[in-house]
Design a protein around this ligand. Structure first.
Ligand SMILES: Cc1cc2nc3c(=O)[nH]c(=O)nc-3n(C[C@H](O)[C@H](O)[C@H](O)COP(=O)(O)OP(=O)(O)OC[C@H]3O[C@@H](n4cnc5c(N)ncnc54)[C@H](O)[C@@H]3O)c2cc1C
Length: 307
């Protein structure tokens, strides 16, 4: 086993982890970064239209890879391996990657993002299945589209509201008999003529060749039918990537890492940034900002414990 000593271990090569690496190196921290996907999930974004400074947008892959390369140029070590396990002993963090190599650091930043939950049905990765109405909804603008949102909470309500301004018709498909969103969202939705709520309805399959063309649904009364759609937006939840943590860290009920105003978790020296964090906006911009703030606070933490 090889052992290497660093100031900070960063888990994740998405916007949060790459920005943390970029800022960390420039702050003089000896930085090691784990992850095998330059840019994280930005590759899933056809065009990032809402990142300030990019008039007309920037393809997610281009943005993610350039940010990754920028951090590499500053000298951070990117292992290109995934972190299998992160341990905490006597004020130090030890990471073991999937090659069995060990790295030790004074601090660590978890920037490992989250993965969207998909429906447990056949062809669940078909084209036309989306997760972000703010990002991907505009693709349907001017196309007289019929869209479906699957889910029943506030997030589903927000997707339905956003899409109702873009599409001709939006089905809000909710497995339970009642919506789980708050009264304000319910009132907003009720006021939109082009949103139709299908309570007590479960999506049982996707229909289409390459692109989703219709949803197979089943009601609580076991009646089945088919709903033609141009696109689907899933709001059935996300799973934060925290399995590598071999320690108990405070998380909210959804598994997101809870942090203080310095982005430090319940473990001193362990920080969280980006989509894996218990926050209120999961975007590229906020992930980058988190990465910069987290590593600045790592630098301050290291100075504080050494003085
Ligand atoms: C379809 C889609 C469209 C979107 N569109 C937009 C948009 O238009 N505008 C916008 O601002 N945002 C958009 N987003 C959201 C945006 O992509 C995220 O908010 C952003 O990527 C979060 O950055 P992050 O670094 O926190 O996480 P991520 O980008 O998810 O990066 C985390 C990385 O860490 C990796 N990782 C996980 N576990 C480990 C481990 N154990 N070891 C090493 N690496 C690990 C993951 O595999 C991933 O590569 C979109 C998201 C999706 C899914």
């Amino acid at each position: 086993m090889e052992e290497n000593q660093y100031d900070v271990i960063i888990v994740g090569t998405g916007p949060a982890g790459s920005t943390a690496a970029l800022y960390g190196q420039r702050l003089g921290l000896n930085t090691v970064v784990f992850g095998d996907t330059p840019g994280g999930i930005t590759y899933m974004i056809e065009n990032i239209m809402n990142f300030p400074g990019f008039l007309g947008g920037v393809p997610g892959t281009e943005f993610g890879v350039k940010l990754f390369q920028q951090a590499q140029t500053e000298g951070a070590l990117f292992t290109m391996s995934r972190l299998k396990e992160l341990n905490h002993h006597e004020n130090a963090f030890t990471g073991t990657d999937d090659n069995g190599l060990m790295y030790t650091a004074t601090c660590a930043i978890i920037a490992s993002g989250r993965v969207p939950k998909r429906l447990p049905v056949a062809h669940s990765e078909m084209k036309g299945i989306n997760f972000c109405s703010v990002c991907d909804g505009p693709l349907f603008r001017g196309k007289n589209a019929t869209l479906a949102v699957v889910g029943s909470d506030n997030a589903a309500g927000q997707h339905a509201m956003t899409l109702s301004r873009i599409a001709d018709k939006v089905f809000l498909i909710c497995r339970s008999q009642t919506l789980k969103m708050d009264a304000v969202h319910q009132q907003l939705i009720a006021a939109q003529d082009n949103i139709e709520i299908l309570n007590g309805t479960e999506v049982t399959g996707y229909k289409g060749l390459d692109l989703v063309e219709a949803l197979n649904v089943k009601t609580n009364e076991d009646e089945t039918s088919e709903i033609p759609v141009d696109g689907v937006f899933l709001a059935i939840g996300w799973t934060p990537n925290t399995k590598m943590l071999a320690m108990s860290v405070d998380q909210n009920s959804g598994g997101y890492l809870q942090t203080d105003d310095k982005l430090m978790t319940s473990i001193p020296g362990l920080f969280a940034a980006g989509d894996v964090r218990d926050t209120d906006l999961w975007q590229v911009l906020t992930a980058c900002a988190d990465g910069a703030r987290a590593v600045k606070n790592v630098a301050d933490h290291i100075i504080a414990i050494k003085s």
